[in-house]
Design a protein around this ligand. Structure first.
Ligand SMILES: [Zn+2]
Length: 580
C-alpha cells in the first residue's frame, strides 16, 4: 500500500495536477494561486514542486495530491486513491473487483439523466412537464442547473434506449432504472418529473421521480439502493452547491428537493436537501468537510422531532455549529423562497443558535408558568445544552433558561450534571463518547511551527534543548516527530530523508507541509531573528502548559471545597504554591 502511494506520488506531479484546477503562477521556487477553499483575493495557496506539497496561508488547508483531490471534490481517501491510481497508471493491488460493474452503473445513470433531460426539452409532453415546474415558480435556468428531466409515459422507452446503446435489460435493472414484473422488464419511472441524484463528484447515482398527475401514486418514487447509490451518504444538490458552501462556510439543510431548488433560485445557493430520509452521521461527515456552520431550515413539525434532535446531537459531536432558520409562518422553505425570495435570504441570515431556538420552542409549546410546564421545558432544553463544548456557553444558556422560567439557576446546574452523566436522559453527553483529549486551542499550531522551524535548521535543536522537552508536547504528531528528530540528530549526520523515512504516511505529509510554510515564512529573515522567534514560541508553549496545569488544580480545589475534603484541599493548595 505504502509503495503504491509513493509510486502514485512520484508519477503525478503536484504542480501539473493542481494546475488543472487552479491557475498557478511561479513565485521563486514555488507556485501560487488564489485558494478555492476560503473567500480569497490574494494568492495565499502555495504549491511546492520540491516537496510535492500544497498549503494555504489564508485558511491553513494543505497536504499532498490526495489531500487536494479529497478536499476539492469532497472524496473519501479510497476514492481519491482510485482516481489518482488511474491517472498514474498504477494498478492497485487490492482494488475491488466490482469496479467494472460500478463504472457501468455510473454510465447507465448518466445516460438516463441525459435521456430524461432531452425528453423535457424536445417533446411536447416533456415541455408540459417543464411548464408544471415553471407554473410553480421555477425558472428554466434552475431546471437546467439541476438537470431536471422528464420520464416519458411509455412502458419501455428507456429500456429500448439503453439496449440501442449496447446495454442489457439486466444492466438496467441493476442500475435501478428498469423493473421486472413477471416475465416483462419495463421502465421504473414513467410519466414523472426526474430529479437526478449525484454524488459529490457530480456523477449521477440515482433519481427521484415526482408525479405530474395527483392520481398517480406514490408521489415520490426513488431509485433503489445500488452499489453506487447509498441513501445514507448522499445529499441532494451537494455537487452543484459545494463551492457556494465552501465559500460561505455554512450549509443550509432543507428537507425536500423542491425546497433546495427554490432556495437556490432565491439566491441562497449554499443549500442541500436530505431528501426525506433521516439525516445520518455520514452525511454530516461529508458536510463537515465543506463548512463549519449547519443551518437547519425545518418546518415547525420536524423541529421538535426525535430525528431532528438526533441530527443536532450528531452535528454537535462533529463540531458543527448548528443554527435554526425560523420559517415565520411559512409552510416550508419552498413556499417562502418562492413567495418572497428576499424574505428567505433574510430568514437564513437571521438563523439563531440551536439552544436559543429550543428555549423559545419549548416555552411556546409547554408554557412557562406552572411547575409541570417548567419541568417539561427543562427536559426539552437541557439535553441540548449538555451537548455544548464550551463551559462559558453552557453557563450562559443555563442563566438564560433560568431567567425565562423564573427559577434558580443552581437547580439547573444540578440537572445539567445529571444530564451530562447520562442519567434520566435520552441524549448522551458528548464527553461520554470521546475521552477528553487535552487539546489546547493553539498548541497544535505552535507545536507544528516549532518543529517545522527545527527541522528546517536542525542545529537549532542545540539552542533550545533544555527548554523544549518531550513532556511539553501534546499532540501525537508532535510527540512522534520530536522523538524521531532527536534520534536522527543525535545519531550522527542529520538528513531530512532519514527523518521522513521514520514517519508514517500522513505524519510525513504534515511535516513537509510545515517545512514548506516555515521556509516561505522566514525566507527573508536573518537567522538570529528566526532563532529568537523560535525561543519565543517555545516559551509560549511552556506558558500554555502552565496555564492548563493551573486550571486543572483550580478545578480540583473547587471540587475539594465543595465536597468538604479538607485533607485533599490542603494537599492541593500546597501543590499549587509549590508549582506556581
Ligand atoms: Zn485557503
Amino acid at each position: 500500500m505504502v509503495d503504491q502511494l509513493e509510486e502514485i506520488r512520484r508519477r503525478v506531479d503536484i504542480v501539473e495536477f493542481i494546475g488543472q484546477y487552479l491557475p498557478l503562477k511561479k513565485a521563486g521556487r514555488n507556485f501560487r494561486s488564489v485558494c478555492p477553499f476560503h473567500s480569497d483575493k490574494d494568492p495565499s495557496l502555495m504549491v511546492s514542486p520540491d516537496k510535492q506539497i500544497w498549503h494555504c496561508f489564508g485558511c491553513g488547508a494543505g497536504g499532498d495530491i490526495f489531500g487536494f483531490l479529497m478536499k476539492k471534490e469532497g472524496l473519501e481517501f479510497p476514492e481519491a486513491l482510485a482516481q489518482l491510481a488511474d491517472r498514474a497508471g498504477v494498478e492497485l493491488a487490492n482494488r475491488s473487483r466490482d469496479w467494472g460493474m460500478k463504472s457501468k452503473l455510473f454510465t447507465i445513470n448518466d445516460l438516463a439523466a441525459k435521456f430524461y433531460e432531452k425528453y423535457i426539452t424536445d417533446t411536447a409532453t416533456g415541455r408540459q412537464a417543464a411548464n408544471y415546474l415553471i407554473n410553480r415558480g421555477l425558472t428554466a435556468e434552475t431546471i437546467k442547473a439541476f438537470q431536471v428531466g422528464y420520464a416519458p409515459a411509455g412502458w419501455d422507452y428507456f429500456a429500448k434506449f439503453i439496449e440501442r446503446r449496447g446495454y442489457t435489460k439486466e444492466d438496467g435493472e441493476k442500475a435501478g432504472l428498469l423493473v421486472r414484473r413477471n416475465q416483462n422488464v419495463m421502465d421504473k419511472f414513467r410519466h414523472r418529473l426526474m430529479f437526478p441524484i449525484t454524488n459529490v463528484s457530480g456523477q449521477v447515482v440515482g433519481f427521484t421521480g415526482r408525479v405530474l398527475d395527483a392520481k398517480d401514486q406514490p408521489k415520490y418514487l426513488n431509485s433503489p439502493e445500488t452499489p453506487i447509490f447509498n441513501k445514507g451518504r448522499i445529499l441532494y444538490g451537494l455537487s452543484i452547491t459545494k463551492e457556494e458552501i465552501q465559500k460561505s462556510d455554512a450549509v443550509v439543510l432543507v428537507e425536500g428537493q423542491m425546497d433546495a431548488l427554490s432556495s437556490y433560485q432565491a439566491g441562497v445557493k449554499n443549500v442541500v436537501a436530505s431528501s426525506g430520509t433521516a439525516f445520518t452521521g455520514e452525511q454530516l461527515e461529508t458536510l463537515r468537510r465543506y463548512a463549519e456552520t449547519l443551518i437547519l431550515a425545518l418546518d415547525a413539525d420536524s423541529a421538535g422531532s426525535e430525528a431532528t434532535k438526533r441530527a443536532i446531537e450528531l452535528a454537535s459531536a462533529k463540531d458543527l455549529d448548528v443554527k435554526v432558520a425560523l420559517l415565520e409562518g411559512y409552510k416550508d422553505p419552498d413556499e417562502c423562497a418562492k413567495a418572497d425570495p428576499a424574505k428567505w435570504r433574510e430568514i437564513v441570515g437571521k438563523a439563531v443558535p440551536i439552544v436559543d431556538f429550543y428555549i423559545d420552542y419549548a416555552t411556546k409549546k409547554f408554557g412557562n408558568d406552572s411547575v409541570p410546564a417548567k419541568k417539561k421545558v427543562v427536559a426539552e432544553v437541557l439535553p441540548i445544552v449538555a451537548l455544548l463544548d464550551s463551559p462559558v456557553e453552557k453557563d450562559q444558556y443555563i442563566k438564560q433558561l433560568a431567567k425565562s422560567l423564573n427559577i434558580n439557576p443552581d437547580n439547573l446546574y444540578e440537572a445539567l450534571s445529571r444530564a451530562v452523566s447520562g442519567k434520566g436522559n435520552k441524549l448522551p453527553a458528548k464527553s461520554a463518547k470521546e475521552p477528553v483529549q487535552p487539546v489546547l486551542d493553539r498548541s497544535d499550531w505552535l507545536e507544528k511551527r516549532i518543529l517545522g522551524m527545527v527541522v528546517a535548521q536542525p542545529d537549532r535543536l542545540e539552542g533550545i534543548t533544555t527548554e523544549l522537552v518531550a513532556d511539553l508536547l501534546v499532540t501525537k504528531w508532535a510527540k512522534k516527530v520530536y522523538a524521531e528528530l532527536k534520534n536522527c540528530y543525535t545519531g550522527g549526520e542529520f538528513s531530512l530523508d532519514n527523518l521522513l523515512a521514520k514517519l508514517d504516511y500522513p505524519d510525513r505529509v504534515i511535516l513537509l507541509e510545515n517545512l514548506m510554510t516555515v521556509e516561505e515564512y522566514y525566507a527573508n529573515m536573518p537567522s538570529s531573528d528566526v532563532d529568537q522567534e523560535l525561543r519565543f514560541y517555545v516559551n509560549l508553549l511552556k506558558q500554555k502548559n502552565t496555564r492548563v496545569a493551573l486550571a486543572e488544580i483550580n478545578r480540583q480545589i473547587v471540587s475539594a471545597e465543595k465536597s468538604g475534603d479538607v485533607a485533599k484541599l490542603q494537599a492541593l493548595l500546597e501543590e499549587f504554591n509549590h508549582r506556581f
